[in-house]
Design a protein around this ligand. Structure first.
Ligand code: AMP
Ligand code: MG
Length: 397
């Protein structure tokens, strides 16, 4: 194996090949989870008119306290019949248009409503309970900028600002394929030497979560012709993610067959544990990730390398993984040559997040890994990182 790249070097090489896919128009109701390709601007002032924050009475503050005739009543959804004359009050609902001339709303709880007249015991303050026009946003202002992912808050903001559709890079299409003659579908009978295939559904879940449209291909036997057929099909996608068969064994065929199909290998081997034999190549605009088959290695490869690439294809301004900070509950020995992702549980404490390594850290132990909710990044080196030391981690799920 050639000299191993660091995680950061590998990520930089990958991201150099991952430029945003062409943009398309997406109706807002289908835009949750998508990344904005172009900034979206408000079509209206919000609120579009001065509106009442309470059910009550609109007045001129200077006319209170005292008793005033009720000139009219304003429901939400219709304009007031005219301006409010001095020395009168108007009934108003929350969200109703504050009539011209009025500068305050007195909540219904604080008045005596006699039908045609209303009594105010306290003086109102000018501006109270009135939401000024444009107080949230002004027409033409940016509601959400290019390069951000749309979650619930932004979707709500876009709708409120009158935006019915947005421009987003199309979703990356990802082909997932697993190699290994020992693999059988979960639920089937296992013959000696066989195991259940788990990486395809796991990878599909991880990559769909990152915004991809995933095509799961059939499992591929450790046979060059089968590899060729599957890879050829996968190479139509924007991204191909394979699992297994990238190591140094005689049945590890992915890199050789990919090369035969015109995939140019950019690198093979990252100084990371688990996941060292990860291969990355390109054919035209298609990115090809060869992840090692051990399930935890595959998972780490997907989260640390494939997911950022998908985010970049989607046009996310900051596609790199965001490491959170926590403290180790016990000391951990460093690996001399490779940065190590240790599976851990997050325990919230008064002093921040405590990270407890789970038992069973071998790369085939996916069930042990499932007890964790964090991947703690232990930098390579000599000695150990001590209990109580601050350290970075990636949240799982
Ligand atoms: P490989 O990278 O092909 O050498 O596989 C490494 C280990 O991971 C072997 O024990 C395989 O049986 C196992 N493995 C490979 N692919 C999968 C998969 N899709 N699901 C579960 N285990 C796998
Ligand atoms: Mg294999």
């Amino acid at each position: 194996m050639p000299e191993l790249l660091s995680i950061q070097q590998a990520l930089e090489r990958i991201l150099a090949y991952a430029s945003p896919l062409p943009v398309e128009t997406v109706p807002l109701e289908h835009a949750a989870g998508r990344v904005l390709g172009e900034s979206a601007r408000a079509t209206v002032d919000l609120p579009p008119f001065p509106s009442s924050a309470m059910d009550g009475f609109a007045v001129r503050a200077e006319d209170t306290p005292g008793e005033l005739p009720v000139a009219f009543r304003v429901a939400a959804g219709s304009a007031p019949p005219g301006p409010l004359s001095a020395g009168t009050a108007a009934g108003i609902a929350t969200g109703g248009t504050v009539p011209e001339g009025a500068d305050a709303v007195v909540p219904i709880e604080l008045v005596e409503d006699h039908g045609d007249r209303v009594a105010f015991s306290e003086p109102a303050r000018a501006g109270q309970h009135v939401r000024p026009r444009g107080g949230d946003v002004t027409a033409g202002d940016v509601v959400a900028g290019a390069g951000v992912r749309l979650g619930a808050v932004r979707i709500g903001a876009l709708a409120a600002a009158g935006i019915s559709a947005v421009r987003c890079s199309r979703k990356p299409r990802v082909a997932v394929l697993a190699t290994g003659s020992e693999l059988r579908p979960p639920g089937s009978e296992l013959a000696p030497g066989q195991i259940y295939e788990s990486n395809r559904v796991m990878l599909a879940a991880a990559l769909e979560h990152a915004g991809a449209e995933v095509d799961v291909l059939p499992v591929v036997e450790d046979d060059a012709a089968a590899h060729r057929a599957a890879l050829e099909r996968g190479l139509d996608a924007d991204v191909v993610v394979t699992s297994g068969g990238v190591s140094v064994g005689p049945h590890d065929l992915v890199r050789r067959v990919a090369a035969e199909l015109g995939v140019e290998e950019v690198f093979w081997g990252v100084a990371v544990k688990p996941g060292k034999p990860l291969a990355f190549g390109v054919r035209g605009r298609t990115l090809v990730f060869g992840l090692p088959g051990n399930p935890v290695s595959s998972l780490v490869g997907a989260l640390v390398f494939v997911r950022p690439a998908l985010c970049a294809l989607e046009g996310l301004a900051a596609p790199e993984p965001v490491y959170h900070r926590g403290r180790l509950s016990v000391s951990l020995r460093r690996n001399l040559h490779r940065d190590e992702f240790v599976r851990a549980r997050r325990v919230p404490t008064d002093d921040g997040i405590l990270l407890e390594a789970v038992s069973g850290q071998e790369s085939h132990m996916i069930v042990r890994a499932a007890a964790a909710d964090a991947l703690v990044l232990v930098p390579r080196g000599t000695g150990e990182v001590s209990a109580g030391d601050e350290i970075g981690y990636l949240p799982l799920d």
